[in-house]
Write a protein that binds this ligand. Structure first.
Ligand code: SF4
Ligand code: SF4
Length: 293
């Protein structure tokens, strides 16, 4: 079975225990305004233009039969409506500034690839992490991928928003060693405002997942003024400790570089001026979610 991926990260150290290979599946039902992987939001073909790498040679423009590319104000501009994804510009670009960000991959091929790095992951207590996008947006492929990894003896982690049917989540339970669960906002109205969807399904799935007895790590992305507020963090901490006392919570610093990726896609970013929290502030947040019940 083939699935759609947009990236593979090798030797990842923040996506679960030990050193891991992280596979990013394309497509997500949420639209978090701060998403640091905007290239993983939509399913389907996509192209990004990394203008920082462009040497303005014009080779891509000459190669494009659809006349989708031109130079505007000293930069390559793309008319995405005209692009037929023929890849001529990608092949001609000498500086790899043009890049396709969608890729079809066989589950078997990915298992083989992860297996090749097994020497590093095994020694460190790592394995594979299936991330996205939202892996459960491609439920059958995710299931096949997880089954294949387990059959090859590779420890598995999944990073999920849990915005999926309980049936899909239940189906993968036997093949997942560790869940990394994002809880972003506890207030339903705020959740709808900033992610585009209600959090009811997420919270209901979280309760069911805890009952199923699987190892879970809750992760909260710290978005200045949105999720990183005392009220929200206290609310999530209370919800988690009431549902599952002892479940660890981790805070993830704001990624201030995400805006660059939006420019590659000619998409708007919600706030270019925001910066990541300092190490001291991050430590304060970490202690706060650990200590407050
Ligand atoms: S992928 Fe093909 S059609 Fe699209 S911009 Fe590049 S050369 Fe033009
Ligand atoms: S081929 Fe690559 S380097 Fe040359 S103008 Fe196009 S994007 Fe820039």
């Amino acid at each position: 079975m083939k699935g759609e991926i947009f990236d593979i990260k090798h030797f990842a150290v923040h996506d679960g225990p030990g050193i891991r290979t992280t596979i990013f599946l394309k497509g997500c039902p949420l639209r978090c305004i701060w998403c640091h992987n905007p290239e993983g939001m939509k399913r389907g073909k996509d192209l990004w233009v990394k203008r920082e790498a462009c040497i303005r040679c014009g080779a891509c423009i000459l190669a494009c039969q659809e006349k989708a590319l031109r130079m505007a104000e000293g930069e390559v501009a793309i008319d995405r409506e005209r692009c037929s994804f023929c890849d001529a510009c990608v092949e001609k670009c000498p500086s790899r500034a043009m890049r396709r960000i969608d890729r079809q991959a066989e589950a078997e091929e990915l298992v083989e690839l992860v297996n090749r790095e097994e020497i590093f992951t095994r020694v460190s207590g790592g394995g594979v992490t299936i991330s996205g996008g939202e892996p459960l947006y491609q439920p059958e492929f995710t299931l096949e991928l997880l089954k294949g990894m387990k059959a090859a003896g590779i420890p598995t982690c999944i990073e999920t928003s849990m915005f999926a049917s309980w049936g899909a989540l239940k189906g993968i339970l036997p093949w997942v060693d560790q869940f990394l669960v994002d809880i972003k906002l506890l207030d339903e109205k705020q959740h709808k405002k900033y992610t585009g969807v209600s959090n009811r399904l997420i919270l209901s799935n979280f309760r069911k997942l805890i009952k199923a007895g699987k190892p879970v790590l809750v992760r909260i992305p710290l978005i200045p003024g949105i999720t990183a507020t005392e009220e929200n963090l206290r609310g999530i901490r209370r919800f988690v400790s009431e549902t599952a006392p002892g479940i660890p919570i981790e805070v993830l610093n704001f990624n201030s570089f995400a805006g660059t990726k939006y420019r590659f896609l000619d998409a708007d970013y919600f706030d270019e001026g925001l910066r990541a929290f300092s190490a001291e502030k991050l430590e304060e947040f970490r202690k706060f979610v650990e200590e407050e019940g």
